[in-house]
Design a protein around this ligand. Structure first.
Ligand SMILES: Cc1cc2nc3c(=O)[nH]c(=O)nc-3n(C[C@H](O)[C@H](O)[C@H](O)COP(=O)(O)O)c2cc1C
Length: 330
């Protein structure tokens, strides 16, 4: 029987299939279903840093209205547990999940700055979180901002959150960097415990009959795997932290591909919207079948076997043009 166990962010997972942060990882009922059908771990639906800061400002305003002396120490006095709001609900989802499930639970924060919100990471740890995922993204549309300034934000966020908590911290990133490999490598050396490559964002489409901007497809398709597959393979032996592959992982075979590329785990979201939560079990079966067929007993026997570093033709991972596509075989 194939053993699918893996280690990600220092956590022991029974298999590498992590349910990624999405609208399905928002209720205890669905989390339980995910565990029942075999998920290795779950990343909760993200909180936005703005949600944390709004709450912070609300409480600040209340304190200012009742006191003339407001010191920075007031952050320590917040008793979030007594406030019926988004943050309290989020913390209680972590607590309940930790009581009722045995797989690792990873809360997530969407953030764009290293400001006051970072205190909340400690609250998540105290609620029982096994790790924290930071989903950082700045759309490169502020043309006056230098590359250095944009990139520094990622390091500042990791640094500040790592100071707040002792549990592992992962960073979910995009591929919108001019020197993507260099950036991933430097971030991996910043003390972060894992990188999630890559996030998939809201994208605009046009309704040409009504001249309106509408959302493009919310869900990925199986072909979207190739971007993260390329970059997991390129980065696999060049980073100082774990790697989780995200986007376009739609079946057991694509999990195998990402492990061959060098991933420690994968994250899935779209496919569960399309096929239902029970599909996790099908993906696990597909992995087991392939491993049995190939005579592999554990993931470590083939992890990274197809990374760029191990390839006899490393240039193929960097090929960008189709010019020779019809005349030359890989
Ligand atoms: C409906 C929906 C909601 C999502 N919400 C979040 C979120 O709150 N935080 C986050 O980091 N990613 C979020 N994602 C992105 C997914 O976690 C994942 O990175 C992305 O969908 C690519 O993986 P996939 O191809 O398996 O869907 C969401 C995705 C979907 C489809």
């Amino acid at each position: 029987m194939a053993n699918l166990q893996t280690k990600y962010l220092g956590l022991n997972l029974r298999n590498p299939i992590i349910v990624g942060s999405c609208g399905l990882t928002n209720t205890i009922e669905e989390l339980k279903e995910m565990e029942k059908f075999g998920a290795g771990a779950i990343v909760l639906k993200s909180l936005f840093e703005e949600e944390i800061e709004i709450e912070l400002k609300k409480q600040m305003a209340e304190m200012v209205s009742t006191s003339n002396n407001v010191y920075p120490e007031i952050y320590d006095m917040f008793d979030l547990a007594t406030v019926e709001d988004t943050l309290t609900k989020y913390l209680s989802l972590i607590e309940t999940a930790k009581k009722e499930l045995s797989i690792p639970i990873i809360p997530s924060i969407n953030c764009i700055s290293a400001t006051e919100w970072t205190f909340f990471a400690k609250k998540m740890q105290d609620a029982g979180a096994d790790a924290i995922e930071l989903n950082v993204f700045l759309m490169p549309c502020e043309f006056d901002r230098t590359t250095k300034d944009s990139e520094q934000i990622y390091f500042d966020i990791v640094h500040k959150v790592k100071k707040e908590v002792t549990i592992p911290v992962s960073l979910k990133m995009s591929y919108y960097f001019s020197n993507l490999g260099g950036m991933l490598q430097r971030v991996s050396e910043s003390g972060v415990d894992g990188l999630v490559l890559f996030n998939r964002f809201f994208a605009p489409d046009f309704d040409i009959n009504n001249f309106r901007v509408i959302p493009a497809s919310l869900y990925s398709n199986a072909q979207d795997l190739s971007i993260s597959l390329r970059w997991i393979a390129i980065m696999a032996e060049r980073v100082k932290c774990d790697l989780a592959a995200s986007t376009g992982v739609h079946n057991g075979k694509s999990v195998i591909k990402q492990i061959l590329a060098g991933a420690d785990a994968v994250q899935i979201a779209s496919i569960l919207y399309k096929n239902g939560i029970s599909y996790i079990a099908t993906m696990i079966e597909e992995m087991e079948e392939w491993m049995t067929e190939m005579d592999y007993e554990s993931l470590s026997e083939f992890r990274g076997k197809m990374s760029q570093a191990k390839s006899i033709n490393p240039a193929v991972y960097e090929r960008a043009q189709f010019m020779k596509h019809f005349s030359q075989k890989f």
